[in-house]
Design a protein around this ligand. Sequence first.
Ligand SMILES: C[S@@+](CC[C@H](N)C(=O)[O-])C[C@H]1O[C@@H](n2cnc3c(N)ncnc32)[C@H](O)[C@@H]1O
Length: 233
Amino acid sequence: MDDGIDAEPTTARRGRGPRGTGRQPKETNMGFYDNHVVPRLVNVSCGLSSLEHLRRSACSGLHGRVVEIGFGSGLNIPFYPGTVDSVAAVEPADLGWKLAQSRLATATVPIERSGLDEQSLPFPDDHFDSALSTWTMCTIPDVGAALLELRRVLKPGGTLHFVEHGLAPDENVQRWQRRLEPIQKTIAGGCHLTREIPDLVRDAGFEIDDLDTFYEKGVPKVLGALSLGVTAP
Ligand SMILES: C[S@@+](CC[C@H](N)C(=O)[O-])C[C@H]1O[C@@H](n2cnc3c(N)ncnc32)[C@H](O)[C@@H]1O
């Protein structure tokens, strides 16, 4: 698919409000374990059928040209609505993309692996109609830079749809999240337990139109404090 996208990250950034950070990402998470083991763990743990209703909700309303960050093994593919024209997948793990192949074969829209690192995207400004992030903002090292990149590549009026886990509302759960976070980061590809997702989204200059925060049933609370939302057009 020719999406008019440069192969190399763009350095041209038109200034408009907080769009475009001009910052260079400091690190990515990818080492041997993250490339060869984590994508399989993610494919199984994030692929639980009990999470499908959340994927369906997050994907609802996506339209036109979509960028999906942390595409993983393509677990959202079955839930893209018919209003989606194409998807640019941003995913650093080769194995994630490989594990996505059977789902990609069933996709009804063109999906191209178009970027490797959300912190620095190879797309022009104002390129996408919608963006999707599911269980990804916990993992990106400089999530603030990544969200500013998303703002830059979304058209004015474009919306970010997300479902993410993060800091729980209850102090006793937060204490456990702080205790367990170093282990979680080590075994789960840099996954943080204590990120305040709605605040991070707002800090990047998005206004959140629709937000639901809750503990997902059947998921341990340290991992199950979810934010499901869509930013304002
Ligand atoms: C917990 S997984 C979620 C995967 C997928 N979004 C899902 O819902 O199943 C987090 C994903 O973020 C990806 N990731 C890590 N660092 C990233 C970065 N800098 N840019 C884009 N994606 C990244 C990982 O490779 C992984 O696929």
